[in-house]
Design a protein around this ligand. Structure first.
Ligand SMILES: C[S@@+](CC[C@H](N)C(=O)[O-])C[C@H]1O[C@@H](n2cnc3c(N)ncnc32)[C@H](O)[C@@H]1O
Length: 235
């Protein structure tokens, strides 16, 4: 396994971001200020959130529609969901399995005046969503690092970094396309920190195929990381 894919290194990155003395309660990104609660993925210490914004067209020329509805799975601080609402999405649902992230998303939706069209939901992937709700775009900037299936999280924040046995990825691949409107699109923001071969195998097992829509190589500390916007489709 390449060092960039090491789950222990990702857990160290999580612990460093969680405990460092200069971790702010408010950070700046894209010309705005954002609340950052304890135990929530800190976009100011990782370039990956900016890549998510770029993939979704929240600050550059884009192909993706700026109107319509978005389900952001794993919203963290809520920056992507809030930016999507600010860019014109009229219905945004932001789910996270981390209750601190749900609260954080709510705070940032209020801070930026989009609480009327952004609904934070405490949910394991799609579990807490109304059965009939559908979205033009479903998106997850995932915890793409593969950890051993028997790994148990030691802190809440670790679930932003690693997915034991790719159990959540398996369910996401199987379920995400079912939550889109007709003509809608399900995306996964993955990276070379993850195991792409294992992901493709899971896609095959779940009757899905993955189409690479965007690629972006980024220097992240000592690591060169390739970020991928993958579309999840029926095989
Ligand atoms: C890499 S972080 C991305 C956070 C945020 N979207 C950003 O770009 O800054 C991954 C997020 O997925 C969430 N997550 C992990 N497993 C999940 C699950 N089963 N259901 C919902 N959210 C999950 C984590 O709590 C975390 O907030």
């Amino acid at each position: 396994m390449r060092a960039v894919q090491s789950f222990t290194r990702s857990l160290e990155r999580s612990e460093n971001a969680r405990t460092r003395a200069d971790r702010p309660q408010v950070f700046s990104m894209r010309g705005r200020e954002w609340d950052l609660l304890d135990e929530v993925f800190a976009p100011n210490y990782s370039p990956s959130t900016s890549v998510s914004l770029e993939f979704l067209g929240c600050f550059e020329d884009v192909e993706l529609p700026r109107r319509g509805s978005l389900l952001e799975v794993g919203s963290g601080t809520g920056i992507v969901a809030v930016m999507a609402a600010l860019m014109g999405c009229d219905r945004v649902v932001a789910s996270d399995i981390n209750p601190h992230a749900v609260r954080n998303t709510e705070l940032n939706a209020r801070r930026h005046g989009v609480a009327d069209r952004l609904r934070p939901v405490y949910s394991d992937l799609f579990a807490a969503l109304p059965e009939n709700e559908r979205f033009d775009v479903v998106f997850w900037h995932s915890n793409y690092v593969l950890a051993p299936a028997d790994y148990r999280y030691r802190t809440t924040q670790e679930c932003a970094y690693v997915d034991p046995g790719y159990e959540a990825h398996r369910r996401y691949l199987a379920e995400a396309p079912r939550w889109t409107t007709e003509g809608g699109t399900a995306f996964l923001h993955f990276s070379s920190r993850g195991d792409l071969d294992a992901l493709h195998a899971l896609a095959e097992e779940t009757g899905r195929a993955l189409i690479t829509r965007r690629r972006r190589e980024i220097q992240d500390g000592p690591d060169t990381v390739e970020h991928l916007l993958l579309q999840v489709v029926a095989a």
